[in-house]
Design a protein around this ligand. Structure first.
Ligand code: FAD
Ligand code: FAD
Ligand code: FAD
Length: 325
């Protein structure tokens, strides 16, 4: 059932088997499996996640490489709803461990918000990350190209950048090292710091040895049309011609709602076992939020694993069903 402001009260008394924070690739996969195990789940999705900005999913078996992330989400959402999952558009603010159950506080509506609380036995943290983009005065100019040929994921789109004139946009000196991996796909790399990074002598030398120009003048705007970026204009008025770009400026991890719960982490990634169980026995983490490779195929498989582990726990703790004659 689709939940909204109108029917929030109906499900607040219900104890869900699992509440899934994030309705992207991993969360929706978990929901489909949980419902097919005969369990009840609620997916809570704020909107505008990573899979939403994925203009096309280029490496997923069985789907044409032009499939937009939006289609994947829409289809997954319909699939989960048809199987009886609940789905709510809202922002999870806080998860509290109450012993045997969790309470999940949700903000519904950006304006005149309501704050319902839902309860579950298990939590699936499927809230992912969001890439940091270059901060220019006109962010719409960045959005016109980000996720099109201004890529954010080398594993996804290295192939798209093959032997092209590529801008690498960094926010730290360490991120410049991305160039020495990106060169598997293309050696025609220009590194842009947007005037925000101190670059040491050693790194300058390394770039020079590889023949990769370093541009430290701040960027005024990206050039191009129809979502095809073809260069960069700097604040001094000069331009650099490009055919593609890769943003390597780190990410924001959507994990604030877990702050009250101690979990083993590696950096900001949640560490899990092979079934996606975190160091808390009733919290699972799937997809980009957990340690591993940030791909749709992985997130979808993670959803399968987490749901199956939850089913095993609940099934093993349940009495066997008898055929009463
Ligand atoms: P997401 O799909 O990001 O889902 C997490 C969801 O949680 C989001 O929808 C978000 O809105 C929601 N959320 C976050 N916080 C909260 C909260 N507090 N309350 C409620 N909801 C919340 N992968 C590929 O395999 N192939 C590709 O070609 C490819 N191309 C990409 C292109 C772009 C531009 C981007 C950005 C990513 C691309 N990826 C690609 C990566 C892919 O999108 C991710 O690996 C995948 O979406 C991860 O799934 P997930 O479920 O972990 O996260
Ligand atoms: P969020 O982090 O989603 O939310 C901020 C706050 O709003 C939350 O803390 C919460 O209090 C509240 N909130 C959010 N959702 C809800 C909800 N459903 N109910 C109640 N409260 C809520 N952004 C654009 O605007 N246009 C683009 O074209 C664009 N392209 C992008 C392309 C790429 C490749 C990437 C990586 C990002 C892109 N972005 C774009 C994303 C942008 O960077 C933001 O991360 C995204 O728009 C989320 O914005 P938000 O302000 O809603 O923030
Ligand atoms: P396969 O897809 O079996 O691929 C292995 C291939 O290797 C086969 O095509 C085989 O012919 C070939 N091969 C084997 N030996 C050799 C050799 N020596 N030389 C050359 N080729 C060889 N999974 C789901 O997720 N959802 C479902 O709804 C579902 N329903 C299923 C229904 C049925 C009837 C069956 C049989 C399986 C179902 N599965 C389902 C399981 C799913 O099919 C498998 O998990 C999946 O196909 C495994 O992929 P794979 O690549 O490991 O193996």
């Amino acid at each position: 059932m689709k939940l909204s402001r109108k029917n929030l009260a109906e499900r607040q008394e219900h104890l869900y088997d699992a509440i899934i924070v994030g309705g992207g690739a991993g969360g929706l996969s978990a929901a489909i499996y949980l419902q097919r195990y005969g369990l009840s789940c609620l997916v809570i999705e704020k909107g505008k996640g990573r899979s939403f900005w994925m203009q096309d999913l280029r490496n997923y078996l069985g789907l044409p490489p032009t499939t937009p992330g939006r289609d994947l989400i829409q289809q997954g959402q319909n699939h989960a709803l048809e199987l009886g999952a609940d789905h709510l558009r809202g922002f999870v603010e806080e998860v509290t461990d109450e012993g045997d159950t969790f309470t999940v506080k949700v903000k519904v509506g950006k304006q005149n918000s309501e704050y319902p609380i839902f309860r579950s036995k298990y939590i699936v943290a499927a809230s992912g990350i969001i890439d940091t983009l270059p901060q220019l005065e006109d962010m719409q100019n960045v959005f016109d190209y980000a996720g099109y040929n201004l890529h954010v994921c080398m594993i996804c789109d290295g192939y798209e950048m093959m032997d092209r004139l590529c801008g690498l946009f960094v926010g730290t000196e360490g991120a410049i090292n991305t160039a020495f991996v990106l060169n598997w796909f293309t050696p025609y790399i220009t590194v842009f710091t947007n005037g925000k990074v101190e670059v040491g002598a050693e790194m300058r030398q390394k770039l020079q040895d590889h023949g990769y120009p370093l541009v430290e003048t701040p960027i005024r705007r990206f050039l191009g049309e129809n979502h095809e970026m073809n260069g960069v204009e700097l604040i001094d008025g000069s331009t650099v011609k490009l055919e593609t770009g890769l943003v390597a400026m780190g990410s924001h991890y959507h994990n604030e709602y877990l702050k009250g719960i101690e979990l083993e982490r590696s950096g900001q990634n949640i560490v899990t076992d092979s079934m996606c169980r975190s160091s808390h026995p009733r919290i699972f983490a799937v997809g980009d939020l957990k340690e591993g490779i940030n791909q749709v195929s992985i997130a979808v498989a993670d959803g399968t694993l987490a749901a199956t582990a939850i089913w095993r726990d609940i099934r093993r703790a349940s009495p066997p069903r008898r055929w009463e004659q």
